[in-house]
Design a protein around this ligand. Structure first.
Ligand code: FAD
Length: 308
């Protein structure tokens, strides 16, 4: 069976950048992707902050371009779901639903997903008023009325960031106080256009072709009312796609793969790139940057190993 120099798990921006850098460095590389090239990018129709696209680009197109660029230089792609990985030996084994692959190095680029609220119609409203990334999509709501669901640091940071762009921001949280660090409390209370709705939960989306509001239930009185909105950001945490690595690679307390800027994991020859890795900022550009680093350090690892 062919032994690749590198197998990349996941075909998002981290994965395809790793593959492109690897093949340009003369390594053989295979990307295994279960859905479509682009990863989370495919969920958005407008990416305005990736350099080089002054008019913005839709995520599906950008994902396709990253794949085409890597393949142009010789990367291979397989459309399959990785079910099991065996990473502890020098030659690593990757098992999909119907095949097995061998490789000298592995780049884990399986990403993460934002936790969903679980309300009816949530999926179909993504990009039509419902979002998960204020940093990415906040600018579309300039002068508009938005809400953020959540009570932790990221929800508080999202509400503050949106307060500088939107007309009004309602922070909806199911507990009677915010979980966010104290440093956020004062700025939130002082921001004139931020309204806190505590002990409250969003229960139902109101929409026509896009979101026009959300029903919010007061958990103490049981009263329900409609909050008219142009946009709703769901900021209740993320889940990394790391189940398959449990017991083999070190994970942090939140389940992300432990790896620094050099993307090296706890196992030699295995690298973690993009949203799946412990990091401060999860964006396309930082995922792509990780992909480049992973390929660089994989190349170094192979050179040190003396071409086994
Ligand atoms: C709605 C939305 C809008 C966004 N907008 C922006 C924006 O405007 N600007 C910006 O910079 N960032 C934006 N982001 C964030 C950005 O998309 C992510 O930070 C980036 O895609 C992370 O890249 P990644 O390659 O690490 O992981 P992902 O993009 O998550 O890719 C991981 C890939 O791995 C695959 N995978 C997972 N498990 C398996 C398996 N078992 N087998 C095979 N394949 C597997 C997945 O299918 C996926 O394609 C947005 C995110 C979302 C959800």
């Amino acid at each position: 069976m062919k032994i690749y120099d590198m197998i990349v798990l996941g075909g998002g921006p981290a994965g395809y950048t790793a593959a492109m850098y690897a093949v340009r460095a003369g390594l053989s590389a295979l990307v295994i992707e279960k859905v479509a090239a682009g990863g989370q990018m495919t969920e958005t129709a407008a990416i305005d902050n990736y350099p080089g696209f002054e008019d913005g680009v839709d995520g599906y197109t950008l994902g396709g371009k990253m794949k085409a660029q890597a393949e142009k230089f010789g990367a291979e792609s397989v459309n399959a779901e990785v079910r099991e990985v065996f990473l502890m030996d020098k030659v690593k084994r990757i098992v999909t639903e119907d095949s097995e692959y061998l490789s000298k190095t592995v780049v884990a680029a399986t990403g993460a997903h934002h936790r969903k609220l679980g309300l009816r119609h949530e999926e179909e409203l993504i990009g039509r008023g419902v979002g998960y990334c204020a940093e990415c999509d906040g600018m579309f709501y300039k002068g508009k009325n938005v809400a953020v669901v959540g009570g932790g640091n990221s929800a508080a940071a999202d509400a503050l960031a949106l307060s500088r762009i939107a007309n009004s921001v309602t922070l909806i949280h199911r507990r009677d106080s915010l979980r966010a660090s104290k440093v956020y409390h004062e700025p939130l209370i002082n921001a004139e256009n931020v309204h806190l709705l505590l002990s409250s939960e969003a229960t139902e989306f109101v929409f026509e072709d896009k979101l026009t509001g959300v029903y919010v239930k007061d958990k103490i009185t049981g009263e329900e009312r409609m909050l008219p909105l142009d946009g709703l950001f769901i900021s209740i945490g993320r889940s990394p796609e790391t189940d398959m690595f449990k017991g083999q690679l070190a994970l942090d307390d939140n389940g992300y793969l432990q790896a620094g800027e050099d993307t090296r994991t706890s196992v030699p020859g295995v690298f973690a790139a993009g949203d799946v890795r412990t990091k401060a900022l999860r964006q396309i550009i930082t995922a792509a940057a990780d992909g480049a680093s992973a390929a660089h350090f994989a190349e170094e690892y192979l050179a040190d190993a003396g071409g086994f």
